[in-house]
Ligand binder design. Structure first.
Ligand code: M6P
Ligand code: ZN
Length: 195
């Protein structure tokens, strides 16, 4: 039996420093071009700058069955056109696996959807414990003025399926309307055909 040494990671008061060998993934707008619906607005921002949209601090956990992958996402405030900053979003490669989020700071929405196009939102703020059940694709959206900081945990063998979201998009967009977040239909959404 392979025993992993128990460990803890330190999360600072701003939720932005996970130590103990955590890996930091930095996602900039240039790597998220297909995520935002307003391509003109995206190009306009990129002509000036390549802003960080979010960072994921990943605790050093093997991505295998039995483990619990966990870490912290720091999603910055901002918009591309009317659309709030958000994560790429994914289903789990092993679809029948869930995920838990715990809100540490900021405000936002979790956007959830099935492959058939059913969708839900969950409001998240400091103290929210949100559950993503198996089979639901998920994306985090920062609708506030501060970084949205979320702790997450999911089964080690879940894996990330980004291809489906790349192909279909999300059923709903989260946009600013009169300065407030609104969840609107995505005209380009193409749900996966049920085989
Ligand atoms: C959450 C978790 C991570 C994920 C991160 C960013 O914190 O689900 O596994 O990597 O969000 O989301 P994405 O990978 O979809 O860009
Ligand atoms: Zn996930």
């Amino acid at each position: 039996m392979d025993l992993l040494e128990p460990f803890a990671t330190f999360i600072g008061p701003r939720g932005d420093s996970l130590e103990s060998g955590a890996t930091r993934l930095v996602r900039r707008l240039s790597g998220l071009r297909t995520v935002f619906s307003d391509q003109q607005a995206c190009a306009a921002v990129l002509s000036r700058d390549d802003p960080v949209i979010y960072e994921v601090l990943v605790a050093p956990v093997p991505e295998t069955e039995g483990h619990l992958c966990h870490g912290v996402t720091v999603l910055l405030p901002g918009r591309v056109g009317d659309e709030y900053f958000m994560t790429k979003g994914h289903y789990h490669r092993k679809s029948a696996t869930g995920e838990v989020y715990y809100g540490l700071r900021g405000t936002g929405l979790l956007l959830l959807q099935t492959r058939q196009g059913d969708w839900r939102t969950i409001e998240v703020a400091a103290g929210t414990v949100a559950y993503v059940p198996p089979h639901w694709g998920h994306r985090s959206v920062n609708t506030g003025e501060d970084p949205l900081v979320l702790l997450y945990a999911y089964p080690g063998d879940a894996g990330h399926d980004y291809d489906t979201i790349e192909a279909t998009g999300f059923a709903r967009l989260v946009v600013a309307r009169n300065g407030r977040p609104a969840v609107v239909e995505n005209p380009r959404f193409a749900p996966t055909q049920v085989r």
